[in-house]
Design a protein around this ligand. Structure first.
Ligand code: 5GP
Ligand code: ZN
Length: 144
């Protein structure tokens, strides 16, 4: 099991820092966020230390994903929410403050204080196609 001795979520996973757990599996825990964006906000945390979502082994990512529908139903029903957000912040620039990959499930109400949606940009010319080409090329490995 990979563990970072300085990581707050590793400490939570190993019981060195207390947390309020709602679900535990062999590979992950789901806990109450200590400072919820909206009350009922939970975090799904893999037991192994991986910094970002891009570092997750695919099987572990699949396991985390498999927990999302059930946890979302439970959170939404428990607080009587009208909807929810599933959010993964990756990297400091994207708002990640704890460097141990985790997934947020945040219950939502029409009158909650969350500032959403995000602003959107527009593509010009063939920018979108070029971007798609570059992403596809990355997915398929570097060119020879
Ligand atoms: P991030 O900004 O990295 O995506 O999210 C980190 C989340 O972890 C925040 O929502 C923050 O409130 C939560 N958090 C930080 N420290 C603790 C802690 O010690 N216990 C719990 N339960 N949540 C924490
Ligand atoms: Zn960690």
């Amino acid at each position: 099991m990979s563990r970072d001795p300085h990581c707050i979520f590793c400490k939570i996973v190993h019981g060195d820092i207390p947390s309020v757990s709602v679900l535990e599996t062999d590979q992950a825990i789901a806990i109450m966020d200590v400072n919820p964006v909206v009350k009922g906000h939970i975090l799904i945390i893999p037991r192994d230390h991986h910094s970002q979502v891009r570092d997750l082994p695919e099987e572990l990512a699949a396991h985390l994903g498999s927990l999302v529908p059930r946890l979302t139903r439970a959170v939404v029903a428990a607080v009587g929410a009208e909807g929810s957000n599933l959010i993964i912040n990756s990297g400091q620039v994207a708002g990640q403050t704890v460097d141990h990959c985790h997934w947020h499930i945040i219950p939502r109400f029409s009158d909650d204080p969350v500032d959403w949606p995000w602003p959107h940009e527009e593509y010009s010319g063939d920018e979108k196609a070029q971007m798609a080409f570059r992403i596809t090329r990355e997915l398929n490995g570097p060119a020879d």
